[in-house]
Ligand binder design. Structure first.
Ligand SMILES: NC(=O)c1ccc[n+]([C@@H]2O[C@H](COP(=O)([O-])OP(=O)(O)OC[C@H]3O[C@@H](n4cnc5c(N)ncnc54)[C@H](OP(=O)(O)O)[C@@H]3O)[C@@H](O)[C@H]2O)c1
Length: 262
């Protein structure tokens, strides 16, 4: 490195120390893209409230985690409503600057086989739609006052499977993501009027536990960049959509897939 080359600054240095601390509510934070999103926002000085079905893992290095973690089963309507009430209490009439609806399920048949539109049980359709589609709108509506007070931003995590038949993602998952993309458009119109931006991101093949064996073939044949994406490459775009850089972006769906959709 030459003497003139500036040293890389840690993300915390980017946060304005005089600005009030911003708050993110993130669903499905325990693994994969959600976990990378916690790291990205925490590093920039945000308070991050997380929720998922499991308790906060003791081995997690984020000191502020356990008291800002809420256990919710987003597949259950009553529990989702209970969780929203608990989140509102923790925000205590305050502001919510960002809501990221990231939690999702993608059930498979025995042996990891894809569940198509003919063989998906109705119970499975209903549960998938509750976690992947109804929970995001319940969260946004339940926290609308806090989002409005902050002129906040909502990011819905959709999928490339929402716009094309995918070899591994099931029919219930794919249609729930297509519905979530449409919901993003509706929300952008309704929430936009109260100063809350709503966008979605549609990841392709990101290196997480949700991937199926055989993804290597998609990488070789369908992804121009010839590699998987990393969770942080998704978290970076979520961060942009929740901050000033994207202040006039509303109702967009951003593809994060190395060109898989072209
Ligand atoms: N990875 C990819 O390649 C890819 C591609 C396209 C789209 N996506 C989308 O990106 C998002 C994150 O994917 P990921 O790969 O990071 O997923 P993941 O590793 O499977 O994590 C899913 C998260 O959702 C939580 N969750 C699942 N069911 C829940 C429930 N009923 N209630 C509350 N939380 C629940 C899980 O936590 P608990 O188990 O503790 O509940 C976990 O934190 C999802 O919306 C997914 O559809 C991912």
């Amino acid at each position: 490195m030459s003497p003139e080359t500036p040293k890389a600054r840690p993300a915390t240095a980017l946060a304005d120390s005089n600005a009030p601390r911003r708050t993110l509510l993130l669903t499905g934070a325990s693994r994969g893209i959600g976990h990378a999103t916690v790291i990205r926002f925490s590093s920039a000085g945000w308070r991050v409230i997380t929720c998922s079905r499991h308790p906060f893992p003791e081995e997690c290095p984020w000191g502020a985690g356990p008291e800002d973690h809420i256990q919710i089963d987003l597949g259950d309507r009553a529990d989702t409503l209970r969780g929203i009430a608990e989140i509102r209490e923790r925000l205590d009439g305050g502001q919510l600057h960002a809501l990221v609806n990231n939690a999702a399920i993608s059930p498979k048949a025995a042996g990891g086989r894809r569940l198509g539109s003919i063989d998906t049980e109705m119970d499975t359709w209903e549960r998938v739609f509750h976690v992947n589609f109804f929970a995001p709108i319940m969260m946004a509506r339940g926290l609308i006052e806090e989002l409005k007070a902050a002129k906040g931003s909502v990011v819905n995590v959709t999928s490339i499977a929402g716009s094309r038949v995918h070899p591994f993602a099931g029919a219930a998952y794919a249609t729930s993501k297509a519905a979530l993309a449409s919901l993003t458009r509706e929300m952008a119109s309704d929430f936009g009027r109260i100063g809350v931006r709503v966008n979605s991101i549609a990841p392709g093949e990101i290196d997480t536990a949700i991937l199926s064996p055989g993804t290597e073939k998609i990488v070789e044949e369908d992804i121009p960049l010839r590699r998987l994406g990393t969770p942080d490459e998704v978290a970076k775009i979520i961060y942009v959509l929740c901050t000033e850089t994207s202040s006039y972006v509303n109702g967009a769906e951003i593809h994060i897939n190395g060109g898989q959709h072209v």
